[in-house]
Ligand binder design. Structure first.
Ligand SMILES: Cc1cc2nc3c(=O)[nH]c(=O)nc-3n(C[C@H](O)[C@H](O)[C@H](O)COP(=O)(O)OP(=O)(O)OC[C@H]3O[C@@H](n4cnc5c(N)ncnc54)[C@H](O)[C@@H]3O)c2cc1C
Length: 520
C-alpha cells in the first residue's frame, strides 16, 4: 500500500536533505558548503538550510524528519497561531474530545516510525479493526436490517452470506465483473469513478456502496472525479492481475506485492504495531502529532503567525523568502524551500518560480462542515451490535445520495476511540456539504446544527429523543482538493517545472493523495 502512495513528503525529506549540506556548528550560521560570499543585502537575514512552509501533518512531519534524521538546519513557518493545519483537535471541561478536521488515519510503517520517533506511542489509540462500517439504505429490493444499517463485508467471503444491501441481480453483476467479465476501458477520455465502478461492478454496487464512500470520504462528485487520479490504487488493479482485468485478479497480485514489501522492508520492532483494518488517532486527537513535532523542534525552529509572502531565487542558487511577522516583512535566506501550503496559497507564492503552480488554482476544493454532537446513551434506538450500555458499536455510517439525507456520513467517535465522551454520553462527528452540496457554505452554523441533528435523529435516535448537545462545528470553505479529470495533467506540468528549480519543492494533499497515510 505504501508503495502505491505517491511519497512526495517522504521524497521531500530525501530531496531537501540531499540538497542541503549538514548543519554548521550554530544552527543559524550559513553553512561553509556555500562558497559564494553572502551579499551584504542579506547579511542580517536569518539563514537556514531548509525552510518548511506550513505546519500541517505534511510540514510538521517533514521539518521533524529533516532535523531528527538528517541533521538539516530547518525552520518551519506557519500562518496560524497554532500548528497542525487541518489537524484541529479539541476538548472541553465536560470531558468531550473531538476533531474538527480529519478524524483518523490508516496506520502505515511510516506513521508507526514517526509516532515512535516523536515519542508519542503512549498516546496512540487504535480502533478495533472489526468494528463494522454501515451504509444506510432502505427499500429498492435490499433486505431488511435493524435501523436500515447494512454492515459492509470485512471478512470475505463469510460476511457476504448476510450481506443483503445488494439485490441478487446486483450481486451477480458485481461478482461477474469482479472476476473479469467487463467491457474494456474507454480510450478517448479519462474515466470517472462512476464510469469505472459501473463498468466493473454494475450500477447497483456503485449507487449503494461506492457513491456513499465517495461522498462521505472525499466529499466528492463521482461523475467529476477521475478514477485514475482519485482512486489510483483500485484503478491500478485492472492491469495487475494474471487472470484477466477483474479487480479480484488484480487484488490477488497486489496482496503478493504487499507481502513482498513487508519482507524486504520489515518494520522496526520498536515501532508501534497494528493490524489490518485498524484506524489510528491519539488520546487527545490527531493534532497531538503536530504538537509533538513542534515541541521537538523548539521555538527557535517554529515561527507561528508568520505567513509566507513571496519567494525569490538568488544568484547564488539560494532562496530569499519574505514572511510577514506582525504584518512586517522579514527575510529568510534558505538553501531549500518546501511549500506544504494549500493549493490556493501555493498557486500564488510559487508561480514565479514554478509557472505551472498557477494551474493549482484549477483544483477545486468544495465546502464541508464537520459537526460534532453528543447524545445520551438511552436516546439511541436499537442498532446493529448495540446494547443498552453501549448502543453504538461501529465505525460509523455512510449515506448514499439516493436516500435523500443531507449529511454525508457520521463517524461514531465514542465507539471508535476511548475517552471521547464522558460517562453516559455518545459522541458523533458528521460531515455535511461537499461537491454535490455547495449550498452548505451559505447556511449559518445554527442551520447546519439543526440539519445534522435532524439527520442523526432519522438514522440513529428514538423518535422522542431530545435534540443533541452541540459540541463543535467548523465550516471548511475549501476542504478537500478534488482529483477531477485533468488533475494528473496538472501534476505532470508541476513536476516538470519544479524539476527546473533545484531546492524548491511543492507538497501536500493535492499531490500525494488526500489521505493522511499517503502524505509520506
Ligand atoms: C473536514 C476534513 C476531514 C478529513 N478527514 C480525513 C480523515 O479522516 N483521514 C485522513 O487521512 N484525511 C482526512 N482529511 C484530509 C487531511 O486532513 C489532509 O489531507 C491533511 O491533513 C493535509 O495536511 P497538509 O499538511 O498537507 O495540509 P494542511 O493541513 O492544509 O496544512 C497546510 C498548512 O499551511 C499553512 N499555511 C497556509 N498558508 C500559509 C502561508 N501563506 N504561510 C505559511 N503557512 C501557511 C496552513 O495554515 C496549514 O497549517 C480531511 C480533511 C478535511 C478538511
Amino acid at each position: 500500500m505504501i508503495a502505491q502512495c505517491f511519497l512526495v513528503t517522504l521524497s521531500l525529506v530525501q530531496s531537501a536533505a540531499a540538497f542541503v549540506a549538514p548543519r554548521a556548528a550554530s544552527p543559524f550560521t550559513a553553512s561553509s558548503h556555500f562558497h559564494s560570499p553572502i551579499p551584504q543585502l542579506y547579511a542580517a537575514a536569518r539563514e537556514v538550510d531548509c525552510l518548511v512552509v506550513g505546519s500541517g501533518v505534511s510540514g510538521s512531519s517533514l521539518a521533524f524528519n529533516l532535523v531528527k534524521n538528517h541533521d538539516v538546519d530547518t525552520l518551519m513557518v506557519e500562518r496560524n497561531e497554532v500548528v497542525g493545519g487541518n489537524l484541529i483537535s479539541k476538548e472541553n471541561e465536560e470531558g468531550f474530545v473531538w476533531e474538527e478536521g480529519p478524524n483518523s488515519f490508516q496506520p502505515t510503517p511510516y506513521i508507526s516510525r514517526l509516532v515512535h520517533e516523536l515519542g508519542i506511542t503512549k498516546d496512540l489509540v487504535l480502533a478495533d479493526g472489526s468494528l463494522p462500517r454501515f451504509v444506510y439504505w432502505q427499500g429498492e429490493g435490499a433486505g431488511a436490517k435493524l435501523a436500515n444499517l447494512h454492515a459492509l463485508p470485512t471478512n470475505l467471503p463469510g460476511d457476504l452470506l448476510d450481506f443483503n444491501l445488494l439485490t441478487w441481480p446486483g450481486k451477480i453483476r458485481a461478482g461477474l465483473g469482479a472476476i473479469g467479465l467487463i467491457a474494456p476501458p474507454p480510450t478517448d477520455r479519462e474515466e470517472s469513478i462512476r464510469e469505472f465502478v459501473t463498468r466493473h461492478l454494475g450500477a447497483e454496487t456503485f449507487e449503494r456502496v461506492i457513491d456513499p464512500f465517495v461522498s462521505g470520504v472525499y466529499a466528492g462528485d463521482p461523475d467529476e472525479l477521475a478514477m485514475k487520479a482519485a482512486l489510483k490504487k483500485i484503478h491500478r488493479l485492472e492491469g495487475l492481475g494474471d487472470l484477466g482485468p477483474g479487480l479480484v485478479s488484480g487484488a490477488i497480485n497486489r496482496f503478493k506485492e504487499i507481502a513482498d514489501e513487508k519482507t524486504s522492508n520489515p518494520p522496526d520492532p520498536a515501532w508501534p504495531t497494528y493490524k489490518g483494518g485498524q484506524l489510528g488517532s491519539f488520546r487527545k486527537g490527531l493534532q497531538t502529532l503536530a504538537l509533538a513535532a513542534e515541541e521537538y523542534l523548539g521555538p527557535e525552529r517554529v515561527m507561528k503567525n508568520t505567513p509566507i509572502d513571496k519567494v525569490e531565487k538568488l544568484p547564488d542558487g539560494r532562496f530569499k523568502v519574505t514572511v510577514l511577522k506582525d504584518d512586517k516583512p522579514i527575510e529568510i535566506i534558505a538553501k531549500s524551500v518546501c511549500l506544504t501550503s494549500p493549493t490556493r496559497v501555493t498557486c500564488k507564492v510559487a508561480a514565479d518560480l514554478v509557472p505551472a503552480a498557477t494551474r493549482l488554482a484549477e483544483v477545486y476544493s468544495p465546502p464541508v462542515a464537520s459537526v460534532t454532537m453528543a447524545y445520551k446513551k438511552e436516546w439511541f434506538k436499537e442498532l446493529p451490535g448495540g446494547t443498552s450500555r453501549e448502543p453504538l458499536r461501529g465505525f460509523g455510517h455512510l449515506l448514499p445520495r439516493k436516500m435523500g439525507v443531507r449529511s454525508l456520513g457520521t463517524i461514531w467517535s465514542s465507539s471508535l476511540f476511548p475517552g471521547r465522551a464522558p460517562e453516559g454520553w455518545e459522541l458523533l462527528l458528521t460531515y455535511i456539504g461537499g461537491a454535490r452540496d455547495k449550498g452548505i457554505a451559505d447556511l449559518s452554523e445554527e442551520e447546519i446544527y439543526k440539519q445534522v441533528d435532524a439527520d442523526n435523529h432519522e438514522i440513529l435516535l428514538k423518535s422522542d429523543a431530545p435534540s443533541g448537545k452541540r459540541i463543535g462545528i467548523r465550516v471548511w470553505q475549501t476542504a478537500i482538493p478534488q482529483y477531477r479529470k485533468g488533475h494528473l495533467e496538472i501534476l505532470d506540468a508541476l513536476e516538470a517545472d519544479e524539476a527546473k528549480v533545484p531546492g524548491f519543492y511543492l507538497g501536500g494533499n493535492y499531490r500525494t493523495g488526500f489521505f493522511f497515510c499517503c502524505l509520506w
